[in-house]
Ligand binder design. Structure first.
Ligand SMILES: *Cc1c(COP(=O)(O)O)cnc(C)c1O
Length: 466
């Protein structure tokens, strides 16, 4: 399978190069030239598979020129063995035809583990074969950093450096990163904001001379195609459990960078009968404004109770816009240039109407998040939603158009990660799962550095012995 850039200028690459590259050289995002398609009969043959075997079947066509099937089997089984629920992504019923899919049974209690546990292993395999070593450098406001660290802690060919804003991430989130005491894991607390951390990452990718040509710099942010690919699997898993291919299923997805929901869109294009995809946002609602008013326009960031969805622009949305513009890279490059220059775009009315056949959207305020958590707890004998998931459940309840079709909300995090919302709902604080119960006693290791590129680079050089 070849992957092409959404901006039409970068060379087409295979899976391995796409995984290592992250962003395409023309500034676009990689996307498969064509997708594998499963007929209804082929979909029905997947029904009996457990999660890892299903993952192998769904992902095999995407990685075929990189991994032979036996190797893929081993890697995928290793990946999903670390999840703490036998079903990996279990469904919990809230009401007639209404479900949540719990994606928080991985090591960091959020859905990002599904992709990053796999990506760490795939990267290590690629680097082993090439005889190379890589440096992963990332910035995090919480979930991504811990999931990336957990995904790479066992990698032999990767050192990971994660910067978080000093004293500006939650206690649980910080500890999930800083208590991983592995030789290749390096936590940096930057005296600055999340944006400062991101700027340091960006500047480091632009000038990699500090690595002296000895290491490759790799990004594992949500635009990496391997992450989208891993997320396609759980849409199949849920739909198969609820009657696909005979029955259609709809999904509501708490969305920030449009990565998770884009995987649902890909699943549908691969033949899964998905009726509706509901884009659920918080106050940082650029995506909701696109689907409601055909206005994709950058606005000021507003902090919310659902910090993992606090974004100004959605980095993966470009992949959908590529299809909206008939997969014409040249046209899309012009659209993205206009967006960079003006901070705002809208699309042709007929194209917009077409995309709205599938996508609907809804926005929640913090107050609505709290009341949804309370409502579901009351209705379902104390079942707790995290604030991101609550945004999804509320959107599902508002937008679900055909009640005969089951609706599944993606539960993207465990409520214990974001206790403030639960407490505001007047409920008692959720407890850490047993295997994490001593998190607050575990020793931590991190280094505080000032918001200074040279200082960060010196730190990295020292750790790598460069
Ligand atoms: C990252 C994250 C999201 C948003 O996912 P996207 O792929 O960026 O849309 C939602 N909820 C939680 C808990 C997250 O960590």
């Amino acid at each position: 399978m070849k992957y092409i850039s959404t901006r039409g200028q970068a060379p087409a690459l295979g899976f391995e190069d796409v995984m290592l590259a992250g962003l395409a050289s023309d500034g676009g995002l990689y996307i498969p030239e064509s997708l594998p398609h499963f007929s209804a009969e082929e979909v029905s043959q997947l029904v009996e598979l457990d999660y890892p075997d299903l993952a192998v079947e769904i992902m095999r066509p995407f990685v075929a020129d990189f991994l032979e099937e036996e190797k893929l089997q081993v890697i995928v089984h290793d990946t999903y063995k670390v999840f703490r629920h036998k079903a990996v992504a279990p469904l919990t019923q809230l009401d007639t035809n209404e479900w949540v899919m719990e994606l928080f049974h991985g090591p960091t209690l959020a859905f990002k583990d599904f992709a990053l546990q796999l990506l760490g292993r795939l990267l290590d395999e690629a680097l082993e074969r090439r005889g190379e070593k890589a440096v992963i450098l990332g910035a995090t406001s919480g979930d991504t950093g811990s999931a990336a660290i957990e995904g790479c802690r066992a990698c032999e060919h990767v050192d990971i450096f994660i910067m978080h804003p000093h004293k500006r991430v939650s206690e649980v989130q910080r500890r999930q990163m800083t208590t991983v005491l592995a030789d290749n894991v390096h936590n940096i607390a930057v005296e600055g904001t999340f944006d400062d951390c991101q700027a340091l990452v960006k500047a480091s990718f632009a000038d990699q001379s500090f690595l002296k040509g000895e290491r490759r710099l790799v990004a594992v942010n949500s635009i990496n195609w391997a992450r989208i690919m891993a997320q396609v699997v759980y849409y199949f898993h849920a739909a198969l459990s609820l009657g696909a291919p005979e029955k259609e299923v709809s999904f509501s997805v708490p969305t920030g960078n449009f990565g998770d929901i884009f995987a649902g869109y890909i699943a549908r294009k691969m033949g899964l009968p998905i009726k509706q995809l509901i884009v659920a946002t918080n106050r940082n609602d650029i995506l909701h404004r696109f689907f409601a008013d055909n206005s994709y326009a950058k606005e000021q960031l507003a902090p919310t109770l659902s910090p993992s969805m606090d974004i100004m622009v959605s980095s993966n949305f470009e992949r959908l816009l590529f299809d909206v513009h008939d997969r014409d890279g040249q046209q899309l490059a012009a659209v993205m240039k206009a967006f960079d220059e003006t901070g705002s775009i809208s699309v042709d009315e007929a194209r917009w109407q077409a995309v709205k056949q599938l996508f609907t959207s809804n926005r929640s305020s913090d107050e609505e998040v709290v009341s949804t958590i309370k409502q579901v707890s009351d209705e379902c004998s104390g079942y707790l939603l995290d604030p991101h998931t609550a945004i999804g459940v509320k959107a599902a309840r508002v937008c679900h158009s055909d009640k005969s079709v089951p609706i599944v909300t993606l539960a993207t995090a465990h409520p214990v990660k974001f206790p403030e919302s639960v407490v505001r709902a007047g409920l008692s604080e959720p407890e850490l799962p047993l295997w994490l119960a001593d998190l607050h006693e575990r020793p931590e290791l991190y280094t505080v550095l000032s918001d200074d590129k040279a200082e960060v680079h010196r730190f990295i050089q020292e750790k790598l012995g460069l």
